[in-house]
Design a protein around this ligand. Structure first.
Ligand code: GLN
Length: 502
């Protein structure tokens, strides 16, 4: 078995174990984004939901998915360890997608609820393990997370495209009977999740001690294993959550209550944990919290892609980019750009670090916001290319997505990386969960912003919609730039809190 020393003393740009995590996460994201891409369409087309109800329930599932990462991270730290959490989460995701594959019409919310809890156990903990491949002062860590992020998006792109295409019968319709298309589409999510777990099981040996179950310390300083009943208790508890989530997703007002309570509760718990660490560690956790809070704003603006931007794409964009469908471009261009740009930007960080001019994390975050803001400004500028019907250029829109993606790459993988650097050893999973909980709030905020943008009045023309949306995007762009500048201005304070961490 590799020792931690041997793993972390790797030569070259990336530790070789990263590929195991890369592929497991890639297939998990295939499953996740594959399902996510089918939800709204399936609810409207197959379950006869009203459009608003479908969108609200979709938003609820997204909020719960990311909220459960906190629970998954917490239990990984305290009881299961990262590997068992990942495995348990993967099993739940497989069960969820198999339920959907069997009878998606009858068991829709049951399958979704399993997937929600499963993702909570899988997603934060695999990310934390990437961080464990590096020594605390290794400057190649951000590059590793950028590579890992490319894997995330490769899975997202493939799953997001293939599952819905099969379900709708746009692909393989000659070999799959019409009545079985949705079963096959959800079944595909189950199959790739099995691949993800098999890949993990066969490669986990190379991870040495990384992700093993934590041990308890006796008063005399010796260790003993966690009691089995606690481990089984977590498994049972997570199953108890399944029916609860089913109820909460079905009645979306519960999502509001949930979102209003979970955040404060989690913060109180964080402050309790912070009271138990030393002053230097506490400062780092404060810095982590600042990054987490800023990321809520980032995702709130960024996540317009699933909401208002998809309506904008349908109504206001032409096909001047190779005749491609504007909604298809809106759904997939971000992931497409990331697959190519993420490894390059990772190498750029390494190159800059060798020359001692790599920007630190606060500045990278600031840049993330500024790119996001510029991207939204380009979205605003699409109105300058519009015809009298309010239809404008998909090319310009795609450039906006490219700029937004550059922002994402300065913030999202870097955020994963900084969580692993700023957390104390015993709080790694929980802090990663908190990072994703911010995404849950981001999704939530994005829904509210999107709904406000979409208040186009009865009888308004396409051109009015163009003006209303692009005005909104300009506002969002300005907020993003302000946040970026603010971050750069407060960077000396945050850097002080971070101490030796870059
Ligand atoms: N797209 C990324 C992923 O799926 C980031 C998601 C998020 O943090 N909101 O991992």
């Amino acid at each position: 078995m590799n020792t931690l020393e041997q793993i972390q003393n790797f030569k070259g740009k990336y530790p070789k174990q990263i590929w195991s995590l890369f592929f497991s996460e890639m297939w998990e994201r295939f499953c996740f984004y594959g399902m996510r891409g089918m939800l709204v369409f399936f609810m409207i087309d197959q379950l006869n939901f009203e459009e608003t109800a479908a969108n609200l329930q979709y938003g609820a599932t997204q909020a719960f998915v990311y909220a459960f990462t906190f629970v998954g991270g917490l239990f990984a730290d305290k009881i299961l360890g990262f590997r068992k959490s990942l495995f348990w989460g993967g099993i739940l995701m497989i069960v969820g997608s198999l339920i959907l594959a069997t009878d998606p019409h009858q068991f829709f919310f049951l399958g979704i609820a399993f997937t929600v809890v499963g993702t909570g156990f899988f997603k934060p903990n695999i990310s934390t393990m990437v961080g464990k491949l590096y020594k605390s002062d290794d400057s190649r860590r951000d590059a590793g997370f950028s590579l890992f992020y490319a894997g995330i998006n490769l899975g997202a792109l493939l799953g997001g495209y293939l599952c819905i295409a099969i379900g709708k019968g746009e692909m393989l319709s000659s070999v799959i009977a019409e009545g079985a298309r949705w079963n096959v589409a959800f079944g595909l999510a189950a199959i790739v999740m099995v691949i993800s777990l098999i890949n993990f099981v066969f490669t986990q040996r190379s991870l040495g001690p990384i992700g093993l179950q934590p041990q308890m310390m006796r008063l005399d300083g010796t260790y003993y294993p966690i009691e089995k009943w606690k481990e089984y208790g977590v498994y049972i508890l997570s199953l108890v959550f399944v029916p609860l989530i089913m109820v909460m997703v079905a009645k979306t007002e519960y999502t509001d209550y949930f979102m209003w309570t979970i955040g404060p509760l989690v913060l109180i718990y964080l402050f309790y944990e912070m009271s138990k660490v030393n002053a230097a560690e506490r400062k780092k956790l404060w810095a982590a919290l600042i990054f987490i809070l800023f990321s809520i704003l980032f995702w709130g603006i960024y996540e317009q892609s699933g909401g208002s931007l998809s309506i904008f794409a349908a109504k206001n964009l032409n096909k001047d980019l190779f005749g491609l469908d504007p909604n298809g471009v809106n759904n997939s261009a971000g992931a497409f750009f990331i697959i190519f740009l993420a490894p390059l930007i990772g190498l750029l960080w390494i190159w800059l670090s060798k020359r001692k001019i790599e920007p630190n994390t606060v500045i990278k975050f600031g840049l993330g916001f500024i790119f996001l803001g510029l991207g939204y400004y380009v979205l605003f500028a699409t109105r300058l290319f519009a015809d009298l019907q309010g239809v404008t250029s998909l090319n310009i829109f795609t450039i906006a997505l490219l700029v937004i993606t550059l922002g994402e790459l300065c913030l999202s993988p870097i955020g994963l990386s900084i969580m692993t650097k700023l957390s104390t050893e015993k709080l790694q999973g929980m802090m990663m969960g908190l990072w994703f909980l911010a995404s849950a709030y981001g999704q939530y905020v994005a829904g509210i912003i999107g709904a406000n943008l979409a208040t186009a009045k009865e009888g308004s023309t396409n051109y009015d919609a163009l003006i209303a949306y692009t005005d909104g995007y300009k506002q969002l762009g300005i907020y993003a730039v302000i946040a970026g500048v603010l971050l750069i201005l407060i960077s000396p304070i945050v850097k002080k809190l971070m101490q030796d961490v870059k």
